[in-house]
Each structure stands twice: as C-alpha cells, then as structure tokens.
Design a protein around this ligand. Sequence first.
Ligand SMILES: Cc1cc2nc3c(=O)[nH]c(=O)nc-3n(C[C@H](O)[C@H](O)[C@H](O)COP(=O)(O)O)c2cc1C
Length: 134
Amino acid sequence: MSSQSRIMSKKSIEDFLFEVREKNKQLAITGILLLIQGKFVQYIEGPAEEIDRVYESINQDKRHTDLILLDSGELDERQFKDWSMAYKEVGDKQIKEIVGKEDLNLEEVFLKGKDIKNHPVLTVLYDFVKTLSS
Ligand SMILES: Cc1cc2nc3c(=O)[nH]c(=O)nc-3n(C[C@H](O)[C@H](O)[C@H](O)COP(=O)(O)O)c2cc1C
C-alpha cells in the first residue's frame, strides 16, 4: 500500500497500466491494483524471486511514496491467474458498502506501531476479490 504522489490523469493511468501489464506478462506476475482515496492498494503473486525484484522496483517508483507491506506469504494456487494486473478505482460509496463507513482513515495505517494486518483496507481488498470471483 502506498500514497499516490500526485493525481494521475486517465491517460497517464492507462499508460502506467500498459507498462505494468507488459512487464508482468514477461515475469509471470498477476494481481490486482486498487486506487482508494489517493492510496494504491496492490496484491501481486508470482514466482518468489520475481516478486522480490518487482517489489524493489515498485519501492523506488516516484509515482508513489510511503510504500508499506501489508501482508505476504506463499500460495498453492494463483488468485488472479488471468490478470496481468486488474485495476479498479474504488469510490467512497463502495467503501461505505463494504466497511460501513466512508472514511477508512488510511493515513492511520502509515503511523508507526499500527497493527496493519487487521487494517480495514485489507478487508476492502479481500471483499473486493470475493465480489470479483463470485
Ligand atoms: C502502485 C504501483 C504499482 C506497480 N505495480 C507494478 C507491477 O505489478 N509490476 C511491474 O512490473 N511494475 C509495477 N510498477 C512499476 C514499477 O515501479 C516500475 O516502474 C516498473 O517495474 C519498471 O521498472 P524497471 O525500470 O526497473 O524495469 C508499479 C508502480 C506503482 C507506482
């Protein structure tokens, strides 16, 4: 999860997604990227070595700041095998439907010492994935 450096135009989002998807196809990486209230929330999956390398590239990308790792682990099966990077801008209304309140207080997650594994943004991501796959 990270903070967008500046608001990107529709065109620059499209160009950015094109670049990301092309690279992910080459590296056998799949996943989903959400943009919620100026924050990127991303889930990526693939060969561990490639994931580590891409994470390092993502970490150095000037298009965002304050990157934090919410969760990581091993999987038997891909969750997004057909998606080189699904993308969705999640509006306030949808956030409210999922977590019952509009303001996720995402700033809080960047504060030191917070229990990020239980942060509502993960609920949004998991629920969103469930909605997509149902
Ligand atoms: C929020 C965010 C998500 C990104 N996700 C990916 C990704 O899934 N795969 C990828 O290759 N690059 C991703 N990038 C782009 C990388 O930061 C980087 O620009 C790209 O991998 C090219 O890096 P390179 O010049 O080191 O090859 C992402 C960037 C941002 C800001």
